[in-house]
Design a protein. Structure first.
Length: 101
């Protein structure tokens, strides 16, 4: 019985080591293509002066699906279809996202 436990423990350790190496390689690949995989990307939702919704993101590699999910979690109503997206510290709009009903 102890041989089986030792073998199982060794397999679990090897699996953990391989997973860590794979994660490290994925982060290195992300660094190479310019994606910051080391920290969670920030998405800030605030009211637009015109009465709509404005989204501020911290980098250009934030996926649209994450923005849509965040908007729905903040209770975006069906009437609000167009959402302007900005980079922090910039008054220049980089995109307008149209959320499907």
């Amino acid at each position: 019985m102890s041989d089986v436990n030792a073998e199982l423990l060794a397999m679990c350790k090897e699996l953990l080591d391989r997973t860590r190496r794979m994660e490290s390689r994925m982060v290195q690949l992300g660094d190479h293509v310019g994606a910051n995989l080391r920290s969670k990307q920030k998405i800030e939702i605030k009211p637009d002066p015109a009465g709509g919704v404005m989204v501020t993101i911290d980098s250009l590699d934030v996926s649209m699906s994450r923005i849509v999910t965040e908007l729905k979690q903040h209770g975006l109503s069906d009437e609000q279809l167009g959402v302007d997206i900005y980079l922090p510290g910039s008054d220049e709009m980089i995109a307008t996202l149209y959320v499907p009903k």
